[in-house]
Design a protein around this ligand. Structure first.
Ligand code: MN
Ligand code: MN
Length: 386
């Protein structure tokens, strides 16, 4: 549907007409809200927000905005931040209460993390790569490689705020200068030159080769790449003609004990099958394309709604859901969970495991017709019946 479609054109029945004012652009992006399917029932609470509506903090060197429990009140377990750093620019050295999981969306970055055993981890990442920084350990991110980077951060606290992190600048600026002097051995003049307020995001000079930084660290380098996970290391859990799923959790990325994730690609016309997660709610980031998601929770409360790139989706804990690619290009989205392990329950697989009488009693279909369709979980992604 294009932006100049009249939303009234799709309303045909008398009860669907809408003669008053309307936000045409918004309705055209949300056909399932304009004309909800008859299966919608009650209100399952907020399931959608977009980074493109979130307040954006723009500074020399980049920008940032966040979708947290404040913007999407249902999401008590996960919050997200989307950030851009130009080449050489830093997200200031900092640490925080939440665990941090990240996906590189564009470009290249150099990340560092300092461990409590005195060793420093440092690595370069590109589009599709991940990192995981445990709570409390200080880290930095710097844009590199010509155009810097854009990335998505996922935190395992719904009320996390990127404006509420511990910063190296503030630690030093708010400690009496004579104590900073005594602690560091710097002169009074040196201490006076330290930043007096937060840097947060600021321009810098692009660093030299990674190997130079690693050589500088020598025996103090944390040589095990435990905090980063490269796209090239990923193996698809499902890879079919209708799409693919990459699962990243503590099984293949052992440090990631606070957050698990799946990166899902759905081809045009295909869908992510009806399922739920037995352990936690789901926080989604929509990376590319468009689609619609149906969420069904207790009491038959249900909603089908539309999503576009840069949107955030939420599925309440254990609620049944499915996603259809409604666009013409591949739909790519990220599912994240506050859980060390990824787990889902497939409706189709469950039906396939039901003894005949059990299936017949519940589905009100004869056994032959139940078994004639490919209910077995052949793929997480399944093609729509034509
Ligand atoms: Mn951080
Ligand atoms: Mn799911």
């Amino acid at each position: 549907m294009t932006d100049n479609t009249n939303p009234d054109d799709v309303r045909t029945a008398v009860g669907e007409s809408d003669p008053g004012p309307e936000n045409t652009v918004l309705l055209n992006e949300n056909p399932d809200s304009n004309l909800p399917p008859a299966t919608d029932h009650g209100n399952p609470g907020p399931l959608w927000y977009s980074f493109d509506l979130a307040p954006k903090r723009v500074q020399p060197g980049g920008w940032t905005h966040q979708v947290t429990q404040r913007e999407l009140p249902s999401s008590t377990e996960i919050a997200g931040v989307n950030m851009r750093l130009t080449e050489g620019s830093f997200r200031e050295l900092h640490w925080h209460h939440a665990n941090e999981w990240a996906l590189m969306l564009k470009g290249k970055a150099r990340v560092s993390l300092f461990q409590s055993d005195g060793k420093m981890f440092i690595d370069d990442l590109e589009e599709g790569d991940l990192w995981y920084f445990p709570a409390g350990l200080p880290h930095s991110i710097q844009g590199i490689g010509g155009d810097g980077c854009e990335f998505l951060l996922v935190f395992d606290q719904g009320d996390f705020s990127e404006d509420d992190t511990f910063l190296i600048s503030e630690f030093m600026a708010h400690t009496p200068p004579e104590l900073v002097r005594k602690n560091t051995g710097w002169s009074t003049d040196q201490v006076k030159q330290l930043p007096t307020k937060e840097l947060y995001i600021f321009p810098g000079t692009a660093p030299g080769p990674l190997e130079s930084d690693r050589e500088f660290l020598g025996k103090n380098l944390e040589a095990v790449n435990r905090y980063t996970f490269k796209r090239s290391e990923m193996e698809a859990a499902e890879n079919t003609s209708t799409g693919s799923v990459y699962i990243i959790d503590s099984k293949n990325f052992p440090v990631s004990t606070g957050i698990s994730a799946a990166i899902v690609t759905i081809k045009p016309g295909a869908m992510r099958e009806m399922h739920w997660h037995p352990n936690t709610s789901e926080w989604q980031y929509w990376i590319q394309g468009k689609g619609r998601m149906t969420v069904v929770t207790t009491g038959g409360t249900a909603r089908t709604l539309d999503f576009n790139a840069n949107d955030v989706g939420f599925v309440p804990s254990m609620a049944g859901h499915c996603i259809e690619n409604t666009g013409t290009e591949d739909l790519i989205f990220l599912e994240t969970f506050k859980s060390p392990r990824y787990a889902d329950v497939s409706l189709n697989q469950w039906i396939a495991r039901m003894p005949d009488e059990m299936a017949q009693a519940h589905l009100k279909l004869d056994v032959a017709s139940i078994r004639s369709a490919p209910q077995e979980r052949q793929a997480t992604i399944s093609k729509l019946p034509l």
